[in-house]
Design a binder for this molecule. Structure first.
Ligand SMILES: Cc1cc2nc3c(=O)[nH]c(=O)nc-3n(C[C@H](O)[C@H](O)[C@H](O)COP(=O)(O)OP(=O)(O)OC[C@H]3O[C@@H](n4cnc5c(N)ncnc54)[C@H](O)[C@@H]3O)c2cc1C
Length: 473
């Protein structure tokens, strides 16, 4: 019998604990907050149900979908995705659709887009190193400037030339303009099956239901979950590089045979005693971006049709708006108001993170009316701020070298498994974190040789799956 400590009750930690406890392993989950689900939690707000911003679940991975189906069962619905980009007073469908882009732009801009695209095809940048080079290579400079530059710089808080091309390769659908034209003209009409990009499965009571159900199952399977119990550090035996337990914030020491950590990688490493100088330097250069969410309850039912909108307009700091009314009716609990979540991104030293909630709420109200999304007659009846720390690992150019130094060090501690979004410093979606959790459980129980650091499911490959195949009942 093995005893495993799992740090964090988000998707990565809970999927791992679920699988381990199902196999009869003794599992203790320590969660710092008072809630289940991490960044993918759902909660009640003003009589309705909401998530932390938009949470679309999609995966073509068999084991990830089985995890979802085993726990959520029939209690989900299929949501038709509608998401658009708001730029220069116009709405553009996202993922970009060729016809729609052409309709919304002037002839001169279209000419510039095609011209720049042609130049990139004739003379591409060899080995693009940063986001600007990577996207320009695929879309041309003009399309990059309109649809990627502003938004990426708002999100990351650094110039696109400082963002590693890795991020783009991991997250941006590699659409070619020529393919897009062909598909706009000939293709999609005959394609009756919705793909994971058009439709997604969503638990009727919010995305966090999946993790609440996982927590219930873990307890039934004799696992234990301790909320409000932050882990301070991991205890490593210097002689044999063995992790033998954790120290909680309250000073108690808990022993275990294996430790799965989804706490921020930076904290994990800084908590380890006697780290080599090279590793300490490497970890000091890795950092995260934070999110500030402004929730508004608005006295109106139909504001706009999208699940969420990307706000590319550079004149506002606002980056994305989720409209929970457009996800599924069960979230609204029969109320006639709309809850929006406005996303802002910042670092810990920025005003947005440190200033009073009232100042941020005022800014959000001004920006909503500046982009004409709500008129003066519409009443905001409630507002609330939620701050989510460390939600985006920043892939600044050169980060990979520092991450590799850290990984090489951690790989020597054979019974420690850092996984998850901030746990492994990987820009994971829920499905990636779940996959990491399930595979970590396999490593512990079956000694599988999979390298968890290499887990990186390809977004495009995932989205092209047919919804009927992956969630068929
Ligand atoms: C605004 C926003 C929108 C998103 N949209 C989507 C989307 O549309 N689709 C999608 O699939 N994903 C989306 N994501 C990403 C998704 O939320 C994450 O990928 C997922 O929650 C990561 O799971 P995790 O378990 O790796 O980490 P987390 O969810 O962060 O869970 C880690 C847990 O560890 C706990 N913890 C941290 N430190 C300690 C400690 N010292 N001791 C004990 N516990 C600790 C934390 O409290 C947390 O509960 C979005 C995220 C955000 C912020």
């Amino acid at each position: 019998m093995k005893k495993v400590i799992v740090i964090g009750a988000g998707p990565a930690g809970l999927s791992c604990a679920y699988e381990l406890s199902k196999r009869g392993i003794e599992v203790l989950v320590f969660e710092a907050s008072d809630q289940i689900g991490g960044m993918s939690r759902s909660f009640d707000l003003w009589g309705q149900r909401v998530d932390l911003g938009p949470h679309r679940f999609f995966s073509k991975q068999k084991e990830v979908n089985s995890f979802f189906k085993e726990l959520v069962k029939d209690d989900f619905t299929l949501v038709n995705r509608q998401t658009r980009i708001f730029y220069d007073g116009k709405y553009f469908q996202y993922p970009l659709k060729f016809g729609n882009v052409m309709k919304n732009l002037s002839l001169i801009t279209i000419f510039q887009i095609l011209w720049d695209y042609l130049i990139q095809i004739i003379n591409p940048i060899k080995n693009p190193k940063n986001l600007e080079e990577w996207i320009s290579n695929r879309f041309g400079e003009k399309l990059y400037t309109i649809f990627f530059k502003n938004y990426s710089e708002k999100l990351w808080g650094i110039k696109c030339t400082q963002i590693d091309a890795d991020w783009a390769a991991q997250r941006i659908k590699t659409l070619s303009l020529i393919q897009a034209v062909i598909s706009a003209l000939f293709n999609n009409r005959s394609n009756k099956h919705k793909t994971l990009v058009d439709q997604f499965a969503y638990p009727k009571n919010g995305t966090g239901t999946l993790y609440e159900k996982a927590a219930e199952a873990i307890k039934k399977q004799n696992g234990e979950i301790f909320l409000k119990t932050p882990v301070q550090r991991i205890l490593i035996d210097d002689i044999n590089n063995h992790a033998h337990g954790v120290e909680l914030n309250n000073g108690s020491i808990i022993k275990a045979d294996h430790i799965v950590s989804t706490m921020p990688l930076t904290y994990l490493v800084k908590g380890i005693k006697n780290t080599p100088l090279k590793v300490s330097k490497a970890i000091d250069s890795l950092y995260f971006r934070n999110t500030v969410l402004v929730y508004f309850e608005i006295d109106k039912k139909n504001l706009f049709d999208d699940n969420w909108l990307y706000i590319h307009s550079p004149e506002v700091k606002l980056g994305r708006i989720t409209n929970f009314r457009n996800w599924c009716p069960s979230l609204t609990k029969k109320k006639d108001t709309t809850i929006l979540a406005l996303e802002y991104w910042c670092f810990e030293k920025d005003d947005l993170w440190t200033q009073t909630d009232n100042l941020t709420i005022d800014l959000a109200k001004k920006e909503l009316s500046h982009i004409n999304l709500i008129s003066k007659e519409i009443k905001i009846i409630n507002s609330k701020i939620i701050k989510v720390p460390k939600c985006y690992p920043v892939y600044e150019t050169g980060y990979q070298e520092n991450l590799n130094t850290t990984i090489d060090f951690l790989k020597n501690i054979k019974n420690l498994f850092p996984i998850g979004r901030y746990g492994a410093f990987k820009y994971n979606n829920q499905d990636h974190s779940i996959l990491m959790g399930l595979l970590a459980a396999n490593k512990i129980t079956n000694n599988s040789q999979v390298d968890l650091w290499q887990i990186n499911t390809d977004t495009e490959y995932q989205e092209d799956g047919k919804i009927k195949d992956v969630l068929a009942y």
